[in-house]
Design a binder for this molecule. Structure first.
Ligand code: BEZ
Length: 212
């Protein structure tokens, strides 16, 4: 069955460019982003891995580990890393999982046969420290991902885990949030949102981001 939000992320053990990865142990008490690439030595994937390497410190700030997966083997990945570093002006600083037998790709439903029956699509799984799948994004091979959006999703998940807010359309870290409709008690509202809020409608209440 397809993975759904709230499911425990399937665990696995697989080889990577940084040795064997036992996925749940590797995540430890951090957040994780697992993202698939159709194939080594392909142009869009090369730019994506270079981008993630360049902004890795942004993932670190968010207590989040990143793990790429591609259906080729470790020697192929290692050869490709040379190209990524040279063409994308970066040093690789996170592991690429080898998946020549499609074990991980199949476990996570990353192969969509009507798109391509042997290569993965561009899947992204956001996994929390309890190993729950908290968000998923899927793009076709022809569309490179926007990693600012991936950081934005992590920001939203981490914020809304700790405050009774949700993040509106195109929200970015630091911008106003909406108060969850279930919170109605006036005393609680005062306590949780000391900076106040603006009710545009009874169900649409905007408040400054509570942890800022
Ligand atoms: C790419 O990464 O450039 C790519 C991979 C598979 C199909 C099309 C493009």
């Amino acid at each position: 069955m397809a993975i759904q939000l709230g499911d425990i992320a399937p665990d696995f053990s697989a080889e990577s460019t940084e040795g064997t990865i036992r996925f749940h142990d590797w995540i430890g008490d951090k957040w994780a982003v697992l993202f698939s690439h159709p194939k080594d030595f392909t142009p869009v994937c090369t730019t994506e891995l270079g981008m993630v390497a360049r902004i890795k410190s942004e993932f670190d700030k968010r207590n989040t580990k990143v793990l790429a997966v591609s259906v080729d083997d470790v020697p192929s990945h290692k050869g490709w890393i040379g190209d990524i570093e040279e063409t994308q002006s970066t040093r690789m600083n996170f592991p690429i999982l080898a998946d020549p037998d499609r074990k991980v790709s199949n476990l996570y439903g990353m192969i969509h046969p009507n798109a391509n029956d042997t290569l993965t699509v561009r899947s992204v799984f956001f996994i929390d420290p309890r190993k729950k799948v908290r968000a998923m994004i899927t793009y076709p091979a022809s569309t490179g991902r926007n990693f600012d959006e991936i950081l934005r999703v992590i920001d939203s998940l981490q914020l809304t885990d700790h405050h009774q807010v949700a993040t509106p359309a195109n929200w970015k870290n630091g911008e106003d949030c909406v108060i969850v409709p279930s919170l109605q008690d006036p005393e609680e509202l005062k306590k949780k949102f000391p900076k106040g809020y603006k009710a545009l409608r009874p169900y649409l209440r905007m408040t400054p981001q509570p942890n800022r």
